[in-house]
Design a protein around this ligand. Sequence first.
Ligand code: TRP
Ligand code: SF4
Length: 359
Amino acid sequence: MTEDISTADFQSEGAVPKGAAPKVVLSGIRATGRLHLGNLLGPMRHFVTLSRSPEHLCYFFVADLHSLTTLPEPGLLARYVPEIVLDYLAAGIDPNDNVIYAQSSVGETCELAVLLSNLMILSHLQRCATFKEKARQQPHNVNAGLFYYPVLMAADILGPGADLVPVGEDQLQHVEMARDLARRYNAQYGTAAGARLVVPETLERAAVRIPGLDGGSKMGKSDGNTLNLNDDSEVAWEKLRVAVTDTNRKRRKDPGDPTKCNIFTLHTYLSSDDEVREVAQGCRSAAIGCFDCKKVLHANLMAELTPFQERRAELASQESLVSDVLCDGARRVRPVIADSTARVRAAMGIESRLSCRTK
Ligand code: TRP
Ligand code: SF4
């Protein structure tokens, strides 16, 4: 679609080196708690890599409005937003080359969501797997925000004109809904010059699934099976010590099967190739016990976490760093989102209101 508004049209001053036309990559994360090792080894690492490539301009935001669907305690929500920003900064996202902001700081996103909601098909919202799952999880609170979630998410994506949206499997349907919405909007209103929305592509993360310490297939906050980014050496060891291994390996002298053991999978993310080979052989031949195996993993885990924790503590000690980063990010992204919103508003026929819009 050559007439799509080019991403270059959307770039605010100072966001990208002049002359380059990088792809806009957008990623959001809900503020529902501190991040864990699964986040670090999966989405965060991937996003940090993208953020370092000159071919990409990365927008990263904390979806605090989306977090409200579960009605978190207000004080907690306010605390989680800066915590997540610190985690991402410590993981290596440079706030000068990338744009980091809070979803709620750009009110135009909500306006865009209202405009676009008229093109969202009700039955698609009803069929949304995450909505159904949430409705099951919190039957006492099946609110309209949960139902509207994909509309707001579409506005998050379409407002900054994202070309690429890196997501995990659980978010694919949401991004597909955003694509669908953009196409429907373009078909109906995109005939005027500059009125079209960029139809984003999903960037499926390399199949990274960090398993849980309880033997479950996914490390997840709600499953209570995580290693946390702020775990110190003792806490991490205590968790690893009791973590589930190959359940058929009952005694030290029994050979084990690394392919049936989450500890082994964690080795593949944290240990060197040689160590991974040695652990696999040692396990199969019962040359090593699970205790030794976990000790090696623990050392490699701390080699990853300790520098992260040090960087994070250093960043956290810089007073007003997070608020400066968030304000700067909002200042840079807001004109981009406001511009898309104004174009959509005009294309849909609300143009006349512009003349008496108060700033
Ligand atoms: N729904 C995403 C999640 O729960 C968070 C999110 C909100 C998001 N808006 C987004 C992700 C836009 C990517 C793009 O993980
Ligand atoms: Fe798992 Fe390691 Fe024990 Fe083998 S030796 S079962 S890989 S913890």
